[in-house]
Design a protein around this ligand. Structure first.
Ligand SMILES: [Zn+2]
Length: 352
Protein backbone atom coordinates (compact mmCIF):
# COMPACT_ATOMS: atom_id res chain seq x y z
CA UNK A 1 0.00 0.00 0.00
CA UNK A 2 1.23 3.51 -0.80
CA UNK A 3 1.26 4.85 2.74
CA UNK A 4 2.27 8.37 1.78
CA UNK A 5 -1.04 8.78 -0.01
CA UNK A 6 -2.93 7.98 3.17
CA UNK A 7 -0.96 10.37 5.34
CA UNK A 8 -2.88 13.35 6.59
CA UNK A 9 -1.54 16.68 5.56
CA UNK A 10 -2.40 20.24 6.39
CA UNK A 11 -4.47 22.36 4.06
CA UNK A 12 -2.08 24.82 2.47
CA UNK A 13 -3.00 28.24 1.00
CA UNK A 14 -2.87 26.73 -2.47
CA UNK A 15 -5.64 24.33 -1.47
CA UNK A 16 -7.77 27.19 -0.15
CA UNK A 17 -7.38 28.68 -3.60
CA UNK A 18 -8.94 25.50 -5.03
CA UNK A 19 -11.91 25.92 -2.70
CA UNK A 20 -12.27 29.54 -3.76
CA UNK A 21 -12.24 28.33 -7.35
CA UNK A 22 -15.14 26.04 -6.36
CA UNK A 23 -13.20 23.02 -7.56
CA UNK A 24 -14.11 20.52 -4.84
CA UNK A 25 -12.68 17.60 -6.78
CA UNK A 26 -9.20 19.11 -7.15
CA UNK A 27 -9.25 20.18 -3.50
CA UNK A 28 -10.34 16.71 -2.39
CA UNK A 29 -7.73 14.90 -4.48
CA UNK A 30 -5.09 17.21 -2.96
CA UNK A 31 -6.42 16.38 0.54
CA UNK A 32 -7.47 12.75 0.09
CA UNK A 33 -7.91 11.70 3.70
CA UNK A 34 -8.76 14.79 5.72
CA UNK A 35 -9.73 18.44 5.54
CA UNK A 36 -10.81 20.77 8.33
CA UNK A 37 -14.54 21.31 8.30
CA UNK A 38 -15.78 24.83 7.66
CA UNK A 39 -19.08 26.57 7.01
CA UNK A 40 -19.62 29.66 4.90
CA UNK A 41 -22.77 31.70 5.43
CA UNK A 42 -23.93 33.05 2.09
CA UNK A 43 -27.02 35.11 1.36
CA UNK A 44 -28.66 32.19 -0.42
CA UNK A 45 -27.34 29.19 1.54
CA UNK A 46 -25.11 27.81 4.25
CA UNK A 47 -22.32 25.90 2.56
CA UNK A 48 -20.34 23.43 4.66
CA UNK A 49 -17.25 21.42 3.91
CA UNK A 50 -17.92 18.56 6.36
CA UNK A 51 -14.77 16.60 5.57
CA UNK A 52 -12.64 16.18 2.51
CA UNK A 53 -14.86 15.43 -0.47
CA UNK A 54 -18.10 16.05 1.41
CA UNK A 55 -20.04 19.29 0.91
CA UNK A 56 -23.48 20.14 2.22
CA UNK A 57 -25.61 22.99 0.94
CA UNK A 58 -28.57 24.23 2.96
CA UNK A 59 -30.53 26.83 0.96
CA UNK A 60 -32.02 29.67 3.03
CA UNK A 61 -35.36 29.16 1.31
CA UNK A 62 -37.44 26.15 2.36
CA UNK A 63 -36.54 23.10 0.31
CA UNK A 64 -38.81 20.12 -0.26
CA UNK A 65 -36.14 17.77 -1.61
CA UNK A 66 -33.05 16.43 0.18
CA UNK A 67 -30.72 15.22 -2.59
CA UNK A 68 -27.53 13.19 -2.14
CA UNK A 69 -25.15 12.87 -5.10
CA UNK A 70 -22.25 10.50 -4.49
CA UNK A 71 -19.49 9.56 -6.92
CA UNK A 72 -16.12 7.87 -6.69
CA UNK A 73 -17.17 5.29 -4.12
CA UNK A 74 -14.94 3.29 -6.47
CA UNK A 75 -11.88 5.50 -6.92
CA UNK A 76 -11.21 4.87 -10.61
CA UNK A 77 -14.75 5.77 -11.72
CA UNK A 78 -13.89 9.31 -12.67
CA UNK A 79 -16.59 10.42 -15.12
CA UNK A 80 -19.32 10.77 -12.47
CA UNK A 81 -16.88 12.66 -10.20
CA UNK A 82 -16.16 15.13 -13.01
CA UNK A 83 -19.88 15.48 -13.76
CA UNK A 84 -20.86 16.12 -10.14
CA UNK A 85 -17.89 18.46 -9.63
CA UNK A 86 -19.01 20.60 -12.57
CA UNK A 87 -22.60 20.74 -11.31
CA UNK A 88 -21.39 21.69 -7.81
CA UNK A 89 -19.09 24.36 -9.26
CA UNK A 90 -22.00 25.92 -11.13
CA UNK A 91 -24.08 25.89 -7.93
CA UNK A 92 -21.26 27.54 -5.94
CA UNK A 93 -20.66 30.04 -8.76
CA UNK A 94 -24.42 30.78 -8.58
CA UNK A 95 -24.64 29.92 -12.27
CA UNK A 96 -27.10 27.17 -11.31
CA UNK A 97 -29.84 27.91 -8.77
CA UNK A 98 -29.91 25.43 -5.91
CA UNK A 99 -33.50 24.89 -4.76
CA UNK A 100 -32.86 21.58 -3.00
CA UNK A 101 -30.91 20.61 0.08
CA UNK A 102 -27.79 19.07 -1.45
CA UNK A 103 -25.11 16.72 -0.13
CA UNK A 104 -22.21 15.96 -2.48
CA UNK A 105 -19.86 13.09 -1.65
CA UNK A 106 -16.65 12.01 -3.37
CA UNK A 107 -16.04 8.56 -1.93
CA UNK A 108 -12.59 7.05 -2.23
CA UNK A 109 -10.07 9.82 -2.92
CA UNK A 110 -6.83 7.95 -2.08
CA UNK A 111 -7.87 5.24 -4.56
CA UNK A 112 -8.82 7.93 -7.11
CA UNK A 113 -5.30 9.37 -6.81
CA UNK A 114 -3.90 5.94 -7.66
CA UNK A 115 -6.42 5.27 -10.45
CA UNK A 116 -7.65 2.25 -8.48
CA UNK A 117 -11.09 0.93 -7.60
CA UNK A 118 -10.08 0.74 -3.93
CA UNK A 119 -6.99 0.59 -1.69
CA UNK A 120 -7.77 -2.45 0.45
CA UNK A 121 -11.52 -3.10 0.54
CA UNK A 122 -14.29 -2.49 -2.01
CA UNK A 123 -16.09 0.40 -0.30
CA UNK A 124 -19.45 -0.46 -1.82
CA UNK A 125 -19.53 -3.61 0.31
CA UNK A 126 -19.07 -1.71 3.59
CA UNK A 127 -22.35 0.09 4.23
CA UNK A 128 -25.28 -0.52 6.58
CA UNK A 129 -22.70 -0.95 9.34
CA UNK A 130 -20.54 -3.58 7.59
CA UNK A 131 -17.60 -1.17 7.99
CA UNK A 132 -17.67 -1.75 11.76
CA UNK A 133 -16.30 -5.26 11.26
CA UNK A 134 -13.29 -4.10 9.23
CA UNK A 135 -10.21 -1.94 9.78
CA UNK A 136 -8.37 0.54 7.61
CA UNK A 137 -9.08 3.61 5.52
CA UNK A 138 -12.10 2.39 3.57
CA UNK A 139 -14.12 1.22 6.60
CA UNK A 140 -13.44 4.55 8.36
CA UNK A 141 -14.47 6.50 5.29
CA UNK A 142 -17.62 4.39 4.84
CA UNK A 143 -18.59 5.11 8.45
CA UNK A 144 -18.06 8.83 7.89
CA UNK A 145 -20.11 8.78 4.69
CA UNK A 146 -22.95 6.95 6.47
CA UNK A 147 -22.97 9.52 9.26
CA UNK A 148 -22.95 12.44 6.80
CA UNK A 149 -25.97 10.99 5.00
CA UNK A 150 -27.84 10.08 8.19
CA UNK A 151 -27.31 13.59 9.62
CA UNK A 152 -28.25 15.21 6.30
CA UNK A 153 -31.56 13.39 6.04
CA UNK A 154 -32.33 13.76 9.77
CA UNK A 155 -31.68 17.52 9.73
CA UNK A 156 -34.04 18.16 6.81
CA UNK A 157 -37.77 18.82 7.05
CA UNK A 158 -39.60 15.64 8.00
CA UNK A 159 -41.78 15.79 4.88
CA UNK A 160 -38.89 16.43 2.49
CA UNK A 161 -38.51 13.91 -0.32
CA UNK A 162 -35.25 12.00 0.12
CA UNK A 163 -33.32 11.09 -3.03
CA UNK A 164 -29.85 9.56 -3.46
CA UNK A 165 -28.10 8.81 -6.75
CA UNK A 166 -24.84 6.89 -6.23
CA UNK A 167 -23.02 7.31 -9.54
CA UNK A 168 -20.62 4.73 -10.97
CA UNK A 169 -19.00 3.54 -14.18
CA UNK A 170 -18.17 -0.09 -14.96
CA UNK A 171 -15.07 -1.98 -16.10
CA UNK A 172 -17.13 -4.48 -18.09
CA UNK A 173 -19.18 -3.51 -21.13
CA UNK A 174 -22.96 -3.80 -21.07
CA UNK A 175 -25.74 -4.39 -23.61
CA UNK A 176 -27.28 -1.43 -21.82
CA UNK A 177 -24.31 0.87 -21.06
CA UNK A 178 -26.41 2.99 -18.70
CA UNK A 179 -28.39 1.06 -16.15
CA UNK A 180 -29.35 1.24 -12.50
CA UNK A 181 -29.60 -1.22 -9.67
CA UNK A 182 -32.83 -0.58 -7.78
CA UNK A 183 -32.14 -1.67 -4.19
CA UNK A 184 -34.36 -4.34 -2.67
CA UNK A 185 -37.44 -2.55 -1.30
CA UNK A 186 -38.84 -5.22 1.06
CA UNK A 187 -42.38 -4.99 -0.39
CA UNK A 188 -42.34 -1.18 -0.68
CA UNK A 189 -43.61 -0.07 -4.12
CA UNK A 190 -41.33 1.15 -6.90
CA UNK A 191 -41.41 4.87 -7.70
CA UNK A 192 -42.88 5.64 -11.12
CA UNK A 193 -41.63 9.23 -10.74
CA UNK A 194 -38.08 7.95 -10.30
CA UNK A 195 -38.39 5.54 -13.23
CA UNK A 196 -39.47 8.54 -15.32
CA UNK A 197 -36.44 10.50 -14.09
CA UNK A 198 -34.11 7.61 -14.90
CA UNK A 199 -35.48 7.18 -18.42
CA UNK A 200 -35.19 10.93 -19.04
CA UNK A 201 -31.59 10.61 -17.77
CA UNK A 202 -30.70 8.17 -20.55
CA UNK A 203 -30.87 5.06 -18.36
CA UNK A 204 -31.79 2.07 -20.51
CA UNK A 205 -32.28 -0.71 -17.98
CA UNK A 206 -33.24 -1.28 -14.35
CA UNK A 207 -32.04 -4.30 -12.41
CA UNK A 208 -34.32 -5.02 -9.46
CA UNK A 209 -32.18 -6.20 -6.58
CA UNK A 210 -33.65 -9.21 -4.78
CA UNK A 211 -32.03 -9.05 -1.36
CA UNK A 212 -30.48 -6.87 1.34
CA UNK A 213 -26.93 -5.77 0.52
CA UNK A 214 -24.17 -3.62 1.97
CA UNK A 215 -24.14 -1.14 -0.92
CA UNK A 216 -24.49 2.59 -0.36
CA UNK A 217 -27.76 2.86 -2.29
CA UNK A 218 -29.35 0.10 -0.20
CA UNK A 219 -28.25 1.96 2.96
CA UNK A 220 -30.07 5.14 1.90
CA UNK A 221 -33.06 3.22 0.59
CA UNK A 222 -33.64 0.87 3.50
CA UNK A 223 -32.33 2.82 6.50
CA UNK A 224 -33.45 6.28 5.37
CA UNK A 225 -36.41 5.54 3.07
CA UNK A 226 -34.79 7.48 0.24
CA UNK A 227 -35.44 6.85 -3.42
CA UNK A 228 -31.91 5.57 -3.94
CA UNK A 229 -30.11 3.94 -6.86
CA UNK A 230 -26.73 2.62 -7.91
CA UNK A 231 -26.42 4.35 -11.28
CA UNK A 232 -24.01 2.86 -13.85
CA UNK A 233 -23.06 5.42 -16.48
CA UNK A 234 -20.86 3.58 -18.97
CA UNK A 235 -17.23 2.55 -18.91
CA UNK A 236 -14.29 3.51 -16.74
CA UNK A 237 -11.69 6.02 -17.99
CA UNK A 238 -9.03 8.18 -16.34
CA UNK A 239 -9.47 11.78 -15.16
CA UNK A 240 -9.62 14.12 -18.15
CA UNK A 241 -10.27 11.23 -20.57
CA UNK A 242 -14.03 11.15 -20.13
CA UNK A 243 -16.36 12.31 -22.85
CA UNK A 244 -18.93 14.03 -20.63
CA UNK A 245 -21.18 14.66 -23.65
CA UNK A 246 -22.10 10.97 -23.25
CA UNK A 247 -23.66 12.00 -19.94
CA UNK A 248 -25.54 15.00 -21.32
CA UNK A 249 -28.98 13.58 -20.51
CA UNK A 250 -28.32 12.95 -16.82
CA UNK A 251 -26.39 16.21 -16.63
CA UNK A 252 -29.55 17.96 -17.79
CA UNK A 253 -31.99 16.07 -15.54
CA UNK A 254 -29.82 16.51 -12.43
CA UNK A 255 -29.47 20.24 -13.10
CA UNK A 256 -33.22 20.52 -13.59
CA UNK A 257 -33.85 18.62 -10.36
CA UNK A 258 -31.48 20.92 -8.45
CA UNK A 259 -32.73 24.21 -9.89
CA UNK A 260 -36.47 23.50 -10.24
CA UNK A 261 -36.74 21.08 -7.31
CA UNK A 262 -38.90 18.90 -9.53
CA UNK A 263 -38.75 15.53 -11.23
CA UNK A 264 -39.93 15.05 -14.83
CA UNK A 265 -43.68 14.46 -15.08
CA UNK A 266 -43.35 12.02 -18.00
CA UNK A 267 -43.64 8.37 -16.98
CA UNK A 268 -41.09 5.82 -18.17
CA UNK A 269 -42.19 3.91 -21.27
CA UNK A 270 -39.13 2.26 -22.81
CA UNK A 271 -36.85 1.42 -19.93
CA UNK A 272 -36.11 -2.34 -19.66
CA UNK A 273 -36.71 -3.98 -16.30
CA UNK A 274 -34.94 -7.13 -15.15
CA UNK A 275 -35.52 -9.26 -12.10
CA UNK A 276 -33.07 -11.72 -10.57
CA UNK A 277 -34.11 -15.32 -11.13
CA UNK A 278 -30.99 -17.17 -9.94
CA UNK A 279 -27.74 -16.53 -8.14
CA UNK A 280 -24.69 -18.36 -9.50
CA UNK A 281 -22.30 -19.42 -6.76
CA UNK A 282 -18.70 -20.49 -7.16
CA UNK A 283 -18.97 -23.89 -5.48
CA UNK A 284 -15.57 -25.38 -6.32
CA UNK A 285 -12.06 -24.39 -7.33
CA UNK A 286 -12.65 -25.54 -10.92
CA UNK A 287 -15.87 -23.50 -11.29
CA UNK A 288 -16.13 -22.02 -14.79
CA UNK A 289 -18.48 -19.71 -16.65
CA UNK A 290 -18.72 -20.50 -20.36
CA UNK A 291 -18.54 -16.89 -21.51
CA UNK A 292 -16.06 -14.81 -23.51
CA UNK A 293 -13.47 -12.63 -21.78
CA UNK A 294 -15.16 -9.55 -23.27
CA UNK A 295 -18.63 -10.65 -22.13
CA UNK A 296 -21.07 -7.76 -21.79
CA UNK A 297 -23.54 -7.51 -18.92
CA UNK A 298 -27.14 -8.41 -19.87
CA UNK A 299 -26.03 -10.73 -22.68
CA UNK A 300 -28.73 -13.39 -23.05
CA UNK A 301 -28.56 -17.09 -23.90
CA UNK A 302 -30.58 -19.85 -25.51
CA UNK A 303 -32.55 -22.19 -23.27
CA UNK A 304 -30.48 -25.20 -22.22
CA UNK A 305 -27.08 -23.53 -22.71
CA UNK A 306 -24.60 -24.86 -20.14
CA UNK A 307 -23.54 -21.55 -18.60
CA UNK A 308 -21.45 -22.84 -15.72
CA UNK A 309 -19.78 -26.04 -14.65
CA UNK A 310 -17.66 -27.42 -11.85
CA UNK A 311 -16.97 -30.89 -10.50
CA UNK A 312 -19.98 -30.37 -8.20
CA UNK A 313 -22.60 -28.74 -10.41
CA UNK A 314 -23.60 -27.16 -13.67
CA UNK A 315 -26.13 -24.49 -14.61
CA UNK A 316 -28.39 -24.74 -17.65
CA UNK A 317 -30.12 -21.59 -18.89
CA UNK A 318 -33.82 -22.04 -18.12
CA UNK A 319 -35.51 -19.91 -20.71
CA UNK A 320 -34.64 -18.20 -24.00
CA UNK A 321 -33.56 -14.63 -23.26
CA UNK A 322 -32.39 -15.19 -19.70
CA UNK A 323 -29.31 -13.01 -19.24
CA UNK A 324 -26.23 -12.82 -17.05
CA UNK A 325 -24.94 -9.78 -15.14
CA UNK A 326 -21.86 -9.19 -12.97
CA UNK A 327 -20.00 -12.42 -13.86
CA UNK A 328 -16.85 -12.97 -11.80
CA UNK A 329 -15.06 -16.20 -10.99
CA UNK A 330 -11.88 -14.65 -9.55
CA UNK A 331 -13.16 -14.89 -6.00
CA UNK A 332 -13.18 -17.35 -3.08
CA UNK A 333 -15.33 -20.49 -3.14
CA UNK A 334 -18.80 -19.78 -1.77
CA UNK A 335 -19.05 -16.28 -3.25
CA UNK A 336 -21.37 -15.00 -5.96
CA UNK A 337 -20.15 -15.66 -9.50
CA UNK A 338 -23.01 -13.88 -11.26
CA UNK A 339 -26.72 -13.12 -11.35
CA UNK A 340 -29.20 -14.61 -13.80
CA UNK A 341 -31.84 -12.08 -14.75
CA UNK A 342 -35.05 -12.12 -16.78
CA UNK A 343 -36.87 -9.20 -18.35
CA UNK A 344 -40.24 -8.34 -16.82
CA UNK A 345 -42.74 -5.81 -18.10
CA UNK A 346 -42.57 -2.29 -16.72
CA UNK A 347 -46.36 -2.29 -16.40
CA UNK A 348 -46.25 -5.34 -14.13
CA UNK A 349 -44.23 -3.51 -11.46
CA UNK A 350 -45.99 -2.44 -8.28
CA UNK A 351 -45.49 1.32 -8.68
CA UNK A 352 -46.64 4.34 -6.78
ZN1 LIG B 1 -18.52 1.38 -9.12
Amino acid sequence: MALNILTRRQVCPEDDFLIEQHDLLAFSLANPTHAEGKTQDHEWADISLLETGIVRIEPKQDATISLVLSAGIHGNETAPMELVNQILKDVLDMALTCSVRLLVIFGNLPAANLGQRFIEINMNRLFSGAWKKEEGFEPQRAGLIEKSIADFFADGPQEAQRIHYDLHTAIRGSKYPKFVVYPYLHERPYSSEQLGFLEASGIEAVLLSHQSTTTLSYFSSELHQADAFTVELGQVAGFGQNDLTKLSEINKTLRHLISASALPSKAAAQIKVFQVIDVLNKDAQDYQLNIDADFENFTSFDAGFKLSQSNLSHYLVQQEGDALVFPNTKLPIGQRAGLMVREVSLAALNQV
